[in-house]
Write a protein that binds this ligand. Structure first.
Ligand code: SAH
Length: 203
């Protein structure tokens, strides 16, 4: 997986490659899908949601430029897979999921895998997580129509938000926003497909 799915497509960060190698994706998937764990694709989980393609998780983790000391907000816990990968790259991960059943299953799996620095919260992630702010970085794994204003308010100066933006149905652009003073520098990192970010400041 590391050679073919990541290195060959330009993922170069050693920490990201090691983290991807060490998180057992098969143990995060529903049992009938475990044999497909290392396939190069997104896979269905409950409630019409998906566990992201491994490459997409690696791409976002590399894009967010972590050093290991950060407090990170992930929006869209889903299976909990990306939260586990982030757990190895940051000091603390808060992951928010709007569907209570998904949050509960992910919380259990993350506990079994012993990622003690991940906290799963159930709620509307388009509002961020004001009680735990500010964050050094925010990673959003569902597609938004625009950058929700809470993410801009809840990020430290110099912090980054990596988020797919675009139509709910069509291709989205992966964007990295870097906070500088009163401004956000926006970079376009390419096309991806995600499920929609549904909530007060999303779809
Ligand atoms: N990071 C996940 C991929 C999740 S797919 C993984 O590694 O498996 C996107 C998830 O975002 C879905 O579970 C969906 O329910 C959730 N989601 C959509 N809108 C949301 C919102 N406003 N707040 C929190 N979660 C949301």
């Amino acid at each position: 997986m590391v050679e073919q799915q990541f290195k060959a497509r330009g993922i170069a960060n050693d920490g990201v490659l090691q983290s991807m190698e060490s998180v057992p994706r098969e143990e995060i998937l529903p049992k009938p899908l475990r044999e497909f764990a290392y396939q190069d694709s997104a896979l269905p989980i409950a409630h019409d949601q998906t566990i992201s393609q491994p490459y997409t998780v690696a791409f976002m983790c590399e894009a967010v430029l972590l050093t290991g000391a950060e407090k990170v907000l992930e929006v869209g816990t889903g299976s909990g897979y990306a939260a586990c990968v982030l757990a190895r790259l940051a000091e603390q991960v808060f992951s928010i999921e709007r569907i209570p059943e998904l949050a509960a299953v992910a919380r259990r799996r993350i506990a079994v895998l012993d990622y003690g620095n991940v906290k799963v919260v159930c709620g509307d992630g388009t509002l961020g997580l004001p009680d735990e702010a500010p964050f050094d970085a925010t990673v959003v794994t569902a597609a938004a129509p625009k950058l929700p204003s809470a993410y801009a308010q809840q990020i430290v100066d110099g912090g980054q938000v990596v988020i797919p933006i675009g139509d709910a149905q069509n291709l989205q652009r992966m964007c990295r926003f870097i906070h500088h003073g009163d401004d956000f520098l926006r970079e376009d990192l390419g096309g991806f497909v995600f499920v929609p970010l549904i909530g007060d400041d999303g779809w």
